[in-house]
Design a protein around this ligand. Structure first.
Ligand SMILES: CC(C)(COP(=O)(O)OP(=O)(O)OC[C@H]1O[C@@H](n2cnc3c(N)ncnc32)[C@H](O)[C@@H]1OP(=O)(O)O)[C@@H](O)C(=O)NCCC(=O)NCCS
Length: 170
């Protein structure tokens, strides 16, 4: 744990039900590409596959030892370029996202030694768009009407942050 009380650790099977509760909450689900309510069995199958994949890092963000968020880095090939996805616990206090972002980017660029982190946000996810911008990501492009939610097409906003652009917070 750092001086700030923030830390990150690998997700374990004991976290499954907690992470599923977060993922299925409307405050998270509405911003995901798949919006149906995920069953525990489906979630467990996903975890079983993802936990053994060398190109995936499933992480839990904790503040003072209390789990408050989930993060997934998915490396695309051997060059240290990874997509990330994340969500915070619905009950997490305001400001948790920023703490999660800083802690996990330190981990990604430090412990995993990533070269670049890429994020994608749905065009209406103003919270995530602002979140990426605040962390110093560059808006690299828009995939116009690239996501269909069953009723409407939505833009996807692509973000990128290189290791040498990451100004590690004090
Ligand atoms: C995105 C997320 C991690 C941000 O966490 P958070 O705790 O709300 O973030 P913070 O309180 O630290 O705020 C960080 C910045 O994001 C912006 N922000 C957060 N929520 C916002 C909202 N609802 N609308 C607009 N901006 C918002 C603010 O600009 C804020 O900075 P500021 O208060 O200095 O202006 C969180 O809302 C979340 O898990 N959302 C659901 C899942 C999701 O969208 N994941 C990303 C998929 S791409």
């Amino acid at each position: 744990m750092s001086k700030t009380g923030n830390s990150v650790r690998p997700m374990e099977s004991r976290d499954l039900e907690m992470v599923l509760r977060w993922r299925n909450d409307e405050s998270v689900r509405r911003y995901m590409y798949t919006r149906h309510e995920i069953t525990l069995e489906e979630h467990a199958q996903w975890f079983k596959r993802a936990i053994v994949a060398a190109d995936r890092h499933l992480l839990i963000f904790e503040r003072e030892g209390v789990p408050l968020g989930f993060i997934n880095f998915h490396e695309k090939g051997p060059a240290g370029i990874a997509d990330w996805g994340f969500y915070i616990a619905p009950e997490a206090p305001r400001g948790t996202g920023s703490e999660l972002g800083k802690t996990v980017l330190n981990y990604g660029f430090g412990s995993i030694n990533l070269h670049k982190v890429c994020g994608q946000a749905l065009g209406f996810n103003t919270g995530s768009i602002r979140f990426h911008e605040k962390l110093g990501f560059t808006r690299e492009g828009v995939l116009r009407q690239q996501h269909f939610d069953g009723r409407t097409y939505h833009d996807i906003i692509c973000f990128g942050l290189m290791h040498n652009e990451w100004h590690k917070p004090a």
